[in-house]
Write a protein that binds this ligand. Structure first.
Ligand code: SAM
Length: 323
């Protein structure tokens, strides 16, 4: 599937829930946001149908996200159904890891290939302060379980925040020296509940990179599904380090994705409120042709580049978009 700029779109991020068991400072307000009613959320069969349509148009890779995808019951069943779709080559998951430990083996068995775990600190009290509810030991147990069952690669997503975790960047990067983890640093985006907070704690990727380089020289590396994070490694290290600079070095020209929100909207761009309603179509009895038309419409609406730098308001926070 190519959009009007010729970008090959073969990647669909599917949010399976807008609910999360954590309340990360850069994402949600302390009380969370009002969750959608259950009947507003796509049923698993509806997600499977939409992914089948996407695959028939050229989607090759699907990532499940949320909210916290593991907070939705029966996710393993969805993974098994998606993994069985002919033509879908890659099925992955983004999670905060806190519920992953007991699910890693069944997910792998159901056909999940790889996992991204969000982890912003290695300090227990700080983990609690950033997530407002979570326990570092649970997230770490999830990471260890993912490695143990052979989900590969296991990537770590770290939002780099001035005055919050910028003193740990070297330590987080150094994880890759002893474990086959792929640590990717991410710039905070103005897509959370508190834009002033994000602006006050924003850390340009150049600063993150120099903090990592203080821990050792990096050489270029390859990692499967590297996406927007160019990969680097400390010589001889089993893992890699990546830098995702959505704001300071936007990679829109290489954007390869569409998003499907938990409430059934196709979103052509993370940072745009433009959406195409597919839940209404599905529940109105639309045939495959009409659903394909909705994917094509989303493609036509895909902007050339995001407008995050001038963002002052948005209708959904990351947790509701599916990050
Ligand atoms: N609950 C899952 C998790 O924690 O990975 C999946 C959903 S979460 C919204 C997906 C990713 O979005 C996480 O890595 C999180 O750190 C990131 N995220 C949330 N708000 C963000 C923001 N304002 N800027 C940058 N990344 C953000």
């Amino acid at each position: 599937m190519r959009d009007r700029l010729g970008r090959e779109i073969d990647y669909l991020r599917v949010s399976v829930t807008d609910r999360c068991n954590l309340r990360c400072l850069y994402c949600l307000p302390p009380q969370g946001v009002r969750p959608k009613a259950h009947d507003e959320i796509l049923h698993y069969e509806e997600i499977v149908r939409l992914v089948e349509v996407g695959v028939s148009l050229g989607i090759r890779r699907v990532r499940l996200t949320g909210g916290e995808p593991l907070a939705r019951l029966g996710l393993t069943k969805l993974v098994a159904q998606l993994a069985a779709i002919p033509g879908l080559e890659d099925l992955s998951l983004t999670t905060n890891g806190t519920l992953l430990a007991p699910l890693a083996a069944p997910l792998k068995q159901a056909g999940l290939k790889r996992v991204n775990v969000s982890l912003d600190t290695l300090r227990p009290e700080r983990f609690r302060a950033i997530t407002r509810r979570g326990t570092l030991a649970d997230a770490w147990a999830g990471i260890e379980a993912a490695l143990a069952v052979g989900l590969d690669p296991v990537k770590i997503n770290t939002v780099a925040l001035a005055g919050v975790n910028d003193d740990e960047i070297g330590e987080l990067a150094a994880l890759t020296r002893r474990l086959p983890l792929h640590v990717r640093f991410i710039e905070v985006m103005p897509l959370g509940a508190d834009l002033d907070w994000a602006a006050a704690h924003a850390l340009p990727m150049a600063a993150v990179r120099s903090a990592v380089e203080k821990a050792g020289l990096l050489e270029p590396a390859d990692v499967a599904g590297a996406g927007p994070a160019a990969a680097w490694r400390f010589p001889g290290a089993p893992g890699t380090v990546g830098f995702i600079a959505a704001l300071s070095e936007a990679f829109c020209a290489r954007c390869n994705r569409l998003r499907l929100t938990a409430d059934g909207r196709l979103k052509p761009c993370l940072a745009s409120d433009v959406e195409v309603d597919v839940r209404g179509l599905l529940r109105g009895g639309a045939g495959t042709g009409e659903l394909k038309g909705a994917f094509r419409r989303a493609l036509e609406l895909k902007p050339t580049h995001h407008d995050l730098a001038s963002y002052t308001e948005h209708t959904r926070v990351m947790c509701q978009i599916g990050g």
